[in-house]
Ligand binder design. Sequence first.
Ligand SMILES: *Cc1c(COP(=O)(O)O)cnc(C)c1O
Length: 403
Amino acid sequence: MTAKQSNGHTLAPIQASSLYFTPLPPTHVVPPGKESHGRYMLTIPWNRVSGWGQPKIGPRQDLTFDPLAGVLQYAVTCFEGMKCYKTDKGDLRLFRPKKNFDRLKRSAGRLGLPCEWDNDELLELFAKLMALEQPLVPSTDGSNLYIRPTLLETSEGFGIKEDAFAAEALLYVVTTLNLGLGLYPSSEGDKGIKLDACNEYIRAWPGGTGSYKLGANYGTVNISKKPGYAMSLWLHGKEDFISEAGAMNVFIIKEAPDGYLEFITMPLSNGIVLPGITRESIIELLQDHASDKQDFPLEGVPKKIRVVERDFSMPEIIKGLEDGTLKGMFGCGTGVVVVTVGEIQYQSQTYKIPSNPIIKVLRDTMTGIQRGKIDEGRSWSVQVPEWNPQGKEGEQEEHVTAA
Ligand SMILES: *Cc1c(COP(=O)(O)O)cnc(C)c1O
């Protein structure tokens, strides 16, 4: 896949076969405080004249930019959050990685960053980075290697640009060990996490960037988190609609008048909600379960269920608690997988949310698929091939580009 520029030049694509690999030097020492990070990083530079440059995998190291680089001045940066899991047999798995690559393209496009590449080529490079860290990846439940692909503007982003597109960019991938402690203080057992419904800061609004994974979306709301709460529950609109919690999508479980159990989550159509891959996967599992399409059971989940994508508000939650129709609430995302919401603080009141055993079924099913224990029949779990960099690919020549 090559992208044609309007001036007739062909921009170079991301090409896995031109990988340049630098092994860790024999004298390699892990810097203090960086023990839990992967030792290697993947970098692929880009510029608007020639396109993607040579992909490199080498020791993890600091990056340098011009002080006026777009990433530093105007937060022109987007990212992805993925995990690499080790199965009981010791092989590595990624979960629906091309969904993350497509979302990174979407985020990049929103920022005027390069957003064209062949996902198969990128996946091949990814897999090599994972394969190098194979000995580090833990195999215990809840542990994995967290992957952080990042794409940012390295050229000057200062001043008004002719056409708002970056002149130079860098795509890099680093990893860090996740030893099952979780990204959030959620280890309160089945009681679930505590959320603070936040009226003070708004995470996303129509026409904004909430549905893209841009660095700026997170940096501007970090300060909203209150001590004692796992994260903020994001509200919007005068109705106090719930959009998300922290960096997770949210579902409520509600009994409908016709006896069906409804799994209600915010729709993606208003551009406020981040289109989570965990969210999408859970919707698909539930819908297939309800329609009997699925060849493995969501044991303990009734058949009379439906997924509803619509707005729901804090007042609706409070009413559901009063009349007993609210049957549970959970958040989902790569970080937490699926986590029960146990309590919400809203307008100085504390609301206890009932727990629901279905939430654990969903969590166990998702983690089972991710760790290759359950085959959902859709190839969601992607095996990482072994890679021996002593072989031919390690000898690929380094491309020297004129500065
Ligand atoms: C990443 C993210 C999610 C979850 O997306 P997954 O693809 O399921 O990991 C949800 N909300 C926000 C705001 C996010 O940044």
